[in-house]
Ligand binder design. Structure first.
Ligand SMILES: C[S@@+](CC[C@H](N)C(=O)[O-])C[C@H]1O[C@@H](n2cnc3c(N)ncnc32)[C@H](O)[C@@H]1O
Length: 327
């Protein structure tokens, strides 16, 4: 029966039944399935169903269906347009609080909710050791990275310097107004172009160039990212100066780098010029270039390449970041 057809007399009859008041009081405290509600009332489900139908027809309850279960809660009576039955229910509520039946209902409700918490908790207790395998089955693995990138202001222009195959840029697609990928290698830029196909509203530009003489204008970007590139450069300081030049005032740069290590084979196999870089040297380069709020973020994540003998080695990583002074 729609609300408009319910007379005041109907409402008074509806709310004159103590069980229905107890139902409302419980469902105001928690959304419950019909079974949970019956348990909290200490009644058979069949006895509760008719009351639920009447309360629902009077728009006092809302239903939510999950698979075969129906969950119920008291509908909202918003200020200003509370219906007569919401107002009467509000007036009756304080009286109900004194009743021993309601006190017993609350004690049973607490047990029902505790059982629900145990049931839900048990599931995760059981799967905790397997969870990374279960939840790690993302098609591309990019979902979590992209979540973070949603914090970027949409109008941002970002440069990914030494973009390689576009691994970092991928997380930014659709999240900023323009993404400029720079690399000295034409082949890498080609691979990045193939990867970066879902640009959305992001304008994408691939520019070939050197990190110590960037093909970008002064103040062209709001943000600079540079991942695993400085250790390839003859002169990392010059690259950091260039990062500062291309940033707008107030813009930020962040560099992901390898800490010093002893894996000499990486020169030959991975084209590394330096076996990692001291974080303090990168911090100094940032400060010398004019960056402010320069900071080091050590990372627990590690870079784990395979040696030519097939062994895995774990190398420490860190991030250095800084901001170009606002005027
Ligand atoms: C290890 S890859 C990193 C790729 C990517 N940033 C990432 O995190 O997956 C290094 C990239 O830097 C580029 N690179 C090396 N020296 C460069 C230079 N002087 N100027 C521009 N790009 C350079 C290489 O071509 C390569 O694509």
């Amino acid at each position: 029966m729609p609300t408009a057809d319910v007379t005041l007399n109907d409402v008074l009859k509806l709310l004159a039944e103590p069980v229905r008041l107890r139902v409302l009081a419980l469902l105001e405290r928690a959304e419950l399935s019909v079974g949970e509600l019956a348990q909290a009332l200490g009644m058979a489900q069949s006895r509760v169903s008719n009351h639920l139908r009447l309360l629902r027809d009077a728009d006092l309850l809302l239903e939510r269906h999950v698979g075969a279960s129906t969950f119920l809660r008291v509908s909202d009576a918003r200020d200003g347009d509370a219906s007569s039955h919401h107002r009467i229910w509000a007036a009756l509520k304080s009286e109900l609080a004194q009743s021993p039946e309601h006190t017993a209902d609350l004690a049973r409700l607490e047990r029902v909710l505790a059982a629900r918490r145990t049931k839900d908790g048990d599931f995760f207790d059981r799967v905790a050791t397997e969870w990374d395998k279960i939840a790690g089955d993302f098609a591309t693995g990019e979902a979590r990275q992209r979540l973070l990138s949603h914090l970027l202001p949409r109008e941002f222009v970002v440069a990914d310097l030494g973009c390689g195959t576009g691994y970092i840029a991928d997380a930014l697609l659709g999240q900023c107004s323009k993404l400029i990928c720079v690399d000295r290698s034409e082949a890498m830029l080609e691979q990045a172009s193939k990867r970066l196909t879902r640009a959305g509203h992001t304008a994408l530009e691939m520019r070939r160039g050197e990190l110590d003489a960037l093909p970008l204008a002064d103040g062209e970007v709001d943000g600079v990212l540079c991942g695993m590139v400085l250790h390839h450069l003859a002169n990392p300081d010059a690259a950091v100066r260039e990062m500062h030049r291309i940033l707008k005032a107030g813009g930020s740069a962040a560099v992901l780098e390898l800490a010093p290590h002893k894996e000499g084979w990486m020169r030959e196999a991975l084209g590394d010029r330096h076996l990692g870089l001291e974080a303090k040297d990168v911090l100094t380069a940032f400060t010398r270039a004019g960056f402010v709020d320069v900071a080091l973020d050590p990372l627990s994540d590690q870079y784990c390449p395979r040696t030519p003998d097939g062994d895995e080695c774990s190398l420490a990583l860190y991030i250095v970041r800084g901001r170009k002074k606002s005027p």
